[in-house]
Design a protein around this ligand. Sequence first.
Ligand SMILES: [Ca+2]
Length: 428
Amino acid sequence: MRTILIIVFVALGAGACSDTDGTVGESSSTTTTAVLTTTAAPTTTTTTTTTVLAEATSSTSLTTTTSTTTTTTEPPPELLGVELVQVADMGHPLAIASPPGDPRLFVADRTGVIEIIGIDGVVVESPFIDLTDRVRANGIEQGLLGLVFHPSYADNGRFFVYYTDENDDSTLVEFAVSDDPMVADASSAKELLFLDQPTERHNAGMLEFGPDGYLYVAIGDGGDGGHNGQKPDTLFGTILRLDVDSGDPYAIPEDNPFVAGGGAAEVWAYGLRNPWRFSIDDGLIYIADVGQQDWEEVSVLPLDAGGANLGWAIREGSRCFSSPACEQTETVFPVLEYPHSEGCSITGGSVYRGEAIPELHGLYFYSDWCQGWIKSFRYENGKAVDPEVWSDLKPGQVNTFGTDAAGELYIGTWSGELWKLSPIRAEK
Ligand SMILES: [Ca+2]
């Protein structure tokens, strides 16, 4: 496996010489550049495939998610590199999700519409649900920000959204599918949480279920000037952990860190500014927290490490921010941080676990909203290792990442492209 990965990264370095984003400083970029002249992949393979919606073919569809096990006995042809294949052209794709085992892809547009990309790879004409009458999407931080399906969606049809409402406040709402599996029941709305937001900013909104069956919810600090980060008794600046299968409208998991006091019972971690995107993989949660002044950061925590203080606004990244309490307060440091000379606002992504590129399993991909580069690392023994810059991948201004039920990775941009990370392989 190690040998295969080295080959992959060499091939991927093919475009590094033309890269202009200036994001040097990661040792791997030097390595890939150094071997360019001898092992560059054919330039034609690095060309991004742009598939307009009407012409989307089954080769870009989700039918690959249901491939049979017969392919696993034979290793795939050599991986020459990866590319971004355009799956759709939408408005502002923000939340990307699929119900477990479901070959369809659901994409929430910031304005409040959830579209379905069917198994033929084409956007279904009628949306799954249209919430534009209750969603406000002012500026760049508001809108329909989170979408997740219940782990037992196939049986119970329950899904959850997080959005900014007409009064600039935030709500977590549950809906159910209708009798038609392609249409949700808009009248089924049930509010789980309401947050009276102090400003229009730092709303976060990522939703994901853990392997424990609990719903994890990212809540920003509300843009209150940094005060909420160190107040675990509020829901602002936190990751929440809710039991949506008990209670009304939810119950508190009995092993939540603050059930006996010290913070709000819903809070699982605090000290966050705007954890816009997080993802859960293999017993870990990867939390990308957008910085204020100088530093963007990713923290990785085991899911059995509830109660962590991630530092904001005592620290920004590992650096002191509001100084007096800095040296006296124990906080969890990020495993990765980068300065604003390399970007402005981290867009956290996901760990790749798809079937199409097993060579990349375990890599956490992320981007920066201003620079648009794609980078990855692997989390190992408490550290971010094997940093890579994927210079051939140029998606544009990245709003979000997401995965389908098969673990394939998608990227949504501010200008509306929905990309799928796809392999470039040698001919058989
Ligand atoms: Ca932090």
